[in-house]
Design a protein. Structure first.
Lengths: 132, 216
């Protein structure tokens, strides 16, 4: 009975009312989609301590996020640790003619070797004015 | 684009942050949530000072909002007048103006920090509907300072998980926007259904009044 009433009302809708209905359905879907992403991100947040390495991240941030000494990562990328290179990884990758995946793999490898069970990394090399 | 913006930020620092915030508040879609949270992380790492960041970010966002308001006030208002003169609808504009004057403050305040994607639109519509500028400025400054403090503060606290936090907050903002939009549209639909129910009930009553049973 109720459904028949709703159908009857829908049949009498003007184009403006149909527009409102379509927009309503769109926003229900839109909200559901983002709610799903939000819950997924929240679960990821809970179970993953380490962030995925991305192009916008500077080396210092990666070191901070993965809790490893920054000089280990600078060394792995063949960069002087002083003064700290603040460029995003994508810029560094471009300057070194490497892909972002390659840079990310190099950093991951350095991070793994800077964490237990491996011995702690040696102190940073003496500052030689940025010469290689 | 995110990478380029971070490259600019790493090279030029705070002035770039001011410009990016001003442009994004005026309506250009930049990944500003990520930038603000990342700035909070840079503060936590000791690469930037907290107070300069809070002041520069707030000033940038407020400047962008004023640009949006100005465009609406001096460009949009004239355009609306021309359109209503030609095609009508001046009464609708007047109703919108009255509504904005009554409820605009809260909407401006909330769009600065809670439903940020609506911010640039509200800047324009506030200008178009002639919302008083001193009141606009008051709500704008209050909301933007709150927004900057919240996002930079969160970036500072969760300084090692900037990307994940930005994704989380970005989706949460869109969920809030979606809930508000669906709520308003759902309310409108409910009114349609109720009014159609009332009219069908009235039709039934008038039909009953003229039925042979009542005549007898």
């Amino acid at each position: 009975m109720r459904i028949r009433k709703i159908i009857q009302t829908l049949k009498g809708f003007s184009w403006r009312q149909w527009l409102v209905l379509c927009a309503f359905l769109f926003f229900i879907g839109f909200t559901g989609h983002h709610a799903f992403l939000f819950v997924r991100d929240a679960i990821y947040w809970q179970y993953h301590q380490d962030e995925q390495i991305q192009g916008w991240m500077p080396v210092g941030y990666v070191a901070h996020s993965y809790r490893v000494p920054p000089h280990v990562l600078y060394l792995a990328l063949g960069l002087p640790h002083k003064p700290p290179d603040k460029r995003p990884l994508s810029e560094i990758a471009k300057a070194q003619n490497r892909s972002m995946e390659e840079v990310s793999a190099v950093l991951q490898d350095a991070i793994v070797h800077a964490r237990p069970p491996y011995p702690p990394p040696p102190p940073p090399p003496p500052d030689n004015g940025g010469a290689p | 684009m995110t990478d380029q913006l971070f490259a600019l930020l790493s090279t030029y620092g705070l002035p770039v942050l001011f410009v990016i915030l001003a442009i994004s508040s005026a309506g250009v879609p930049f990944p500003i949530t990520l930038m603000l949270i990342a700035t909070g992380s840079l503060v936590a790492q000791g690469e930037m000072g907290l107070w300069p960041v809070l002041i520069v970010c707030s000033a940038g966002a407020i400047t962008g909002d004023q640009i949006g308001y100005g465009l609406g006030r001096w460009g949009g208002r004239k355009l609306v007048h021309r359109v209503t003169k030609r095609f009508g609808g001046a009464d609708m504009v007047k109703r919108a103006e009255a509504f904005t004057k009554r409820r605009g403050g809260l909407a401006i305040f909330l769009s600065r920090w809670l439903v940020t994607p609506l911010g640039p639109w509200l800047n324009l519509t506030s200008g178009i509907t002639g919302y008083p500028w001193p009141r606009f400025l008051f709500w704008d400054v209050t909301g933007e300072v709150l927004w900057v403090v919240i996002y930079v503060g969160l970036g500072n606290i969760f300084s090692d998980r900037v990307g994940a936090l930005a994704d989380l907050l970005g989706n949460l903002t869109w969920v809030i926007v979606g809930v508000i939009a669906a709520g308003i549209l759902g309310w409108k639909l409910l009114q349609y259904f109720r009014s159609s129910g009332d009219s069908s009930a009235k039709t039934k009553i008038s039909a009953d009044a003229y039925s042979p049973a009542t005549e007898g």
